[in-house]
Design a protein around this ligand. Structure first.
Ligand code: GLN
Length: 485
């Protein structure tokens, strides 16, 4: 394998500008890695290498002419939930496995406008519903850190995290509804940020739960996350929930002093089932930040225990409504039937996988007359209490430090998702509150477990205060000194 693909984006851009390496050369190196490793890891479900090489030639010209843009010639992988014009976009569902969008999502368009190029579309849990990438119609992603036993890459952006870890792209896009950027980033030893709800446009991103969904990058390090998020974020008139608040230059926060910054450690996160090694690394992370001049304070998020049940009412409710459009009529998979009803039923029965059907059933149930007040409305009220918890906590601290996942990456098939989904849902205990409250949060690798597997830490910020998340993460990354695979 070529060591060109070890370079981070910031290093690559420096070398492009100095004409030490060329976009075509490095794009070819990533393509070689895809050819060599994708069978093993199942990260890409579609590749667009020829197109990427064409784009790389243009990038090369732009460097020659001095018209290079911020991400000129950077080779990315795109989660297959973002619509890409003329390139199959499946959400890793059978119901969309022949769908070719006639338009581009805003996030991917922003990246293209800034000169990035796309190597292909990455595997995910079907419609982003899952935490291990095992619900994908195209099969599970294999974690590049696996030894004898094949481990999950985390989910739902498992393809994105695995592709970055295995150097099959410089960085990847992800989406996060309840942890789907942060969990796979933690499991694969890479770095990912879910920005504040509204930072990135959701236009053209296939919807799971619209009040929770948010796009963000998965990268080799904190600096690259800043560079890629700079391009992804921004107001978009095509998404009424995208924010008009100005997007700062996230890279300008890196390396800033964190002296006197208050790091909150929530006591309710010391849950049963927290792996003791994860707990030790949590303490170590706090020590690193202390050594960098921060102050660690204990905080309380009292409604934490209601976050999972609240999330697993609200997310399926929104999903059941969002997925009503897949009926086999206008696009996607169709199974013919006698009459319209039968066509709908057969198409949806055949097109959706079991976990997606389960969520549609739960969602329809909690929204139905008679249950709406008892489940959906109550969940909305608890959602507000969870948000209030964060508001009070941020009176006492500037940023919150927690583990990303209570456990290390596990073997494919281990959690028996289909038989007992609760097992899997419990892994989201540290991530879902952040989406319910709409806050920014980053996961970065902190070290290896005794089994030699990566563990991640999470930093949660105030709404639209990615600045504090980035500058704290940068110091934590420096102190952790994690060695990429
Ligand atoms: N694991 C969570 C779920 O299954 C979160 C998924 C996500 O963030 N897309 O819903």
């Amino acid at each position: 394998m070529s060591n060109l693909t070890d370079l981070t984006i910031s290093e690559t851009l420096r070398k492009f500008k100095a004409k030490e390496i060329s976009p075509v050369e490095i794009t070819k190196a990533y393509a070689e890695n895809i050819n060599a490793c994708n069978k093993q890891y199942n990260a890409y479900v579609t590749t667009t290498i020829e197109q990427a090489l064409e784009q790389a030639k243009t990038a090369e010209q732009n460097y020659m002419n001095g018209t290079n843009r911020p991400l000129e010639g950077i080779a990315l992988g795109i989660k297959d939930l973002f619509c890409t014009k003329g390139v199959r976009t499946t959400a890793c569902s059978h119901i969309l496995d022949n769908f070719i969008p006639p338009y581009e999502s805003t996030v991917t368009q922003n990246l293209l406008n800034d000169g990035a190029l796309f190597l292909g579309k990455l595997n995910l849990d079907e419609f982003a519903m899952g935490g291990s990438n095992e619900t994908s119609y195209f099969g599970p992603v294999v974690n590049p850190w696996s030894k004898e036993i094949k481990l999950v890459a985390g989910g739902s952006s498992g393809g994105s995290a695995a592709a970055v870890a295995a150097k099959m792209c410089a960085a990847a896009t992800g989406t996060d509804t309840g942890g789907s950027i942060r969990e796979p980033a933690a499991f694969c030893g890479v770095t990912g940020i879910k920005p504040t709800y509204g930072r990135c446009s959701r236009y053209g991103t296939i919807a799971f739960a619209s009040s929770l969904d948010q796009a963000g990058p998965i990268c080799k390090d904190v600096t690259d996350c800043a560079l890629v998020l700079n391009s992804m974020a921004g107001y978009d008139e095509k998404d009424s929930t995208s924010s008009k608040i100005a997007v700062p230059d996230f890279a300008s926060f890196l390396g800033k002093d964190i002296k006197g910054l208050k790091i909150g450690v929530p006591m309710e996160y010391r849950v049963d089932g927290l792996n003791p090694e994860v707990a030790d690394y949590w303490d170590k992370a706090a020590e690193i930040l202390k050594a960098a001049g921060a102050e660690v304070v204990s905080i309380s998020l009292p409604h934490t225990k209601y976050a999972l049940p609240t999330y697993y009412v609200i997310a399926p409710a929104e999903a059941s409504s969002n997925l009503a459009r897949y009926d086999g009529v206008r696009y996607g998979h169709r199974v013919e039937g006698n009459g319209l009803d039968e066509l709908y039923i057969s198409s949806r029965t055949d097109g959706f996988g079991r976990e997606v059907k389960r969520r549609i059933l739960i969602g329809t149930y909690v929204l139905s007359a008679g249950y709406y007040d008892a489940y959906y409305l109550k969940a909305q009220k608890v959602r507000r209490l969870i948000k209030n918890d964060f508001d009070s906590a941020f009176q006492k601290c500037d940023v919150i430090l927690t583990p990303t996942s209570p456990i290390e990456p596990f073997a494919i098939g281990d959690k028996k998702m289909l038989e007992n989904p609760i097992n899997m849902y419990l892994n989201d205990v540290f991530t879902v509150s952040v989406n319910l409250a709409g806050l920014p949060a980053m996961s970065l690798p902190i070290g290896l477990s005794k089994n030699g597997l990566p563990l991640g830490m999470q930093l949660i910020g105030k709404a639209f205060d990615e600045e504090t998340v980035f500058k704290t993460a940068y110091q934590l990354e420096r102190g952790a000194n994690f060695v990429r695979i």
